[in-house]
Design a protein around this ligand. Structure first.
Ligand SMILES: NC(=O)c1ccc[n+]([C@@H]2O[C@H](COP(=O)([O-])OP(=O)(O)OC[C@H]3O[C@@H](n4cnc5c(N)ncnc54)[C@H](O)[C@@H]3O)[C@@H](O)[C@H]2O)c1
Ligand SMILES: O=C/C=C/C=C(\O)C(=O)O
Length: 475
């Protein structure tokens, strides 16, 4: 069985105590690889390597750091197909999605921050008292912890700005989908990426994750994952005065107004509900529909959901693969049972597929109000609810119900309404007549229980640097 080691100081390493964890194929439910079951000792070794590499890496001209990131991007692009297959096998996502969206985005992340390294500039303020300018220095050794749903996409989204800004990194991918990060570590070694700059430590959250979070010489943490773990990380980091960026869960509203071209947009709305089997923090899981079109929209959505092919992620016409793990499958099936017990009407789906692996049918539920667990808790699966609204005030109240505030999409032809809702919806990201339109320069992140801080563009470069202001008297 294939073994996935750590990559520390440019070398493949087993866990300090020789332990391995099983990695499962979600399409069969069977193990197909093993990943290093890392320990605090492995984190210590990674921090030591990152510290040793820091002076040379942070002193490199920006253009040289950019060149390394570009070189890594190119090497990844040359192996796009291998990485797409690995990503699909590890997480059960359709190969097409990995090949056309996720691995290309990982390449773009590396390229974007290669450019950012050379474009990043600091502020200066010229006033009566004199001139102030701001130095922006790398923080030092930083930690990144990423989840299983978009494995290499989110892994590179964090390491790229950290490296571009001159930090060295200790990065932990999810133990559930460790393949592509390991392959990236191997690729970095093959192209001669400087040793110790990017260290990849595998393992369980409570063991390796906590060792990274609590490590006194790791200066900052960028985390994407569940709200529960995000809060725990904040609790450990706060007394250490450690900088944290937390990108957490969502329960995002999709607002469909009667004046919208909803029939034309239905493909995108369906994608927003079910892409990656709903396992994207940005998926619209609460669809709010103006009452005048409710019945027509509901029937059309159900028809589309029934037509989505669920099955082997390798097949090119499959739109939904399995869920990522047995534990997550159990959680989603329990959420559907809870929706039924809360009085929801399951309009389509609602069941697992009768085959090995962790497949769940696309599921649409209505008949539930905003205050039930089904409409308040993140499910993170192929499950959406429908709720009707009568006017703008009710639509806004429904959109802003609950504690999350990550993303929203608004579907309308009325420009004034679109801008008013964009301003009043409690969410870090609002899309109008589109979904998941990503420009990597924009601030990305959530409000409330969806997180703290913003990633992307200059926000990420600022997060990974320490500003120091210098004031000069101008005689
Ligand atoms: N917003 C998002 O992008 C996103 C992504 C994945 C999952 N989720 C949500 O989180 C739920 C669970 O998914 P998950 O298990 O991947 O999320 P998680 O928060 O448990 O794991 C995310 C990462 O954090 C690590 N981790 C776990 N416990 C840790 C700890 N105590 N200290 C430090 N690191 C720790 C994990 O090993 C993984 O690398 C999902 O069902 C979903 O609701 C959200
Ligand atoms: O599931 C989480 C999705 C995160 C997406 C991004 O961080 C992005 O598109 O930059």
């Amino acid at each position: 069985m294939r073994q996935l080691p750590h990559w520390i100081d440019g070398k493949a390493r087993d866990a300090a105590d020789g332990g391995w964890l099983e990695v499962f194929d979600p399409a069969t439910g069977k193990p197909f690889a093993q990943v290093a079951d890392g320990t605090a000792q492995d984190v210590e070794a990674a921090v030591a390597a990152a510290e040793a590499a820091l002076p040379a890496w942070s002193a490199l001209p920006d253009t040289e750091r950019a060149r390394w990131l570009e070189k890594l991007a190119q090497a990844l692009e040359d192996r796009l197909d291998d990485f797409a297959h690995a990503e699909s096998k590890d997480g059960g996502k359709p190969l097409k999605l990995a090949r056309e969206v996720e691995i290309p985005r990982a390449i773009s992340n590396l390229r974007f921050f290669a450019h950012a390294a050379t474009q990043f500039a600091s502020e200066s303020h010229h006033g009566q008292a004199g001139l102030n300018y701001t130095l922006r220095r790398p923080l030092g050794v930083v930690g990144t912890i990423s989840p299983w749903n978009l494995p290499l996409y989110l892994f590179t989204w964090k390491i790229a700005p950290a490296l571009a800004a001159g930090n060295t990194v200790v990065a932990k991918p999810s133990e559930i989908t460790p393949q592509t990060a390991t392959m990236l570590g191997e690729l970095a070694a093959q192209i001669g990426f400087p040793n110790g700059v990017l260290n990849i430590v595998h393992g369980l959250g409570p063991k390796v994750g906590e060792a990274i979070v609590g490590h006194p010489r790791i200066k900052a943490l960028s985390f994407t994952g569940s709200t529960a773990v995000g809060k725990r990380i904040a609790g450990v980091a706060a007394p250490m005065l450690k900088k944290v960026s937390l990108e957490l869960g969502g329960k995002n509203p999709t607002l469909v107004f009667a004046d919208s071209a909803w029939q034309e947009h239905l493909d995108t709305i369906v994608r927003s509900a079910f892409q990656n089997s709903g396992q994207i923090c940005l998926c619209g899981s609460r669809i709010l529909v103006e009452r005048g079109i409710y019945a027509r929209f509901r029937d059309a959505l159900v028809e589309r959901a029934l037509a989505l092919k669920v099955g082997d992620p390798i097949d090119s016409d499959v739109r939904l693969g399995p869920l990522v793990s047995q534990a997550h499958f159990d959680k989603v099936i329990a959420a559907i049972a809870r929706a039924r017990s809360e009085g929801g009407n399951v309009l389509c789906g609602g069941n697992a597929l009768d085959r090995p692996g962790w497949f769940v049918q696309p599921t649409v539920i209505d008949g539930l109000g905003p205050d039930c667990a089904t409409n308040l808790d993140e499910i993170f699966g192929p499950v959406v609810t429908l709720q009707p609204f009568d006017d703008d005030a009710q639509a806004l109240a429904l959109a802003n119900a609950g504690e999350y505030g990550l993303a929203a999409s608004i579907w309308t032809r009325d420009l004034n309404r679109a801008h008013r809702f964009a301003s009043e919806i409690r969410a870090g990201i609002v899309w109008i007549n589109t979904w998941l339109m990503r420009d990597l320069r924009t601030p990305f992140g959530g409000m409330g229980q969806s997180g703290l801080g913003r990633e992307g563009g200059l926000e990420a470069m600022r997060f990974f640097t320490e500003p120091k202001n210098v004031g000069i008297a101008l005689a």
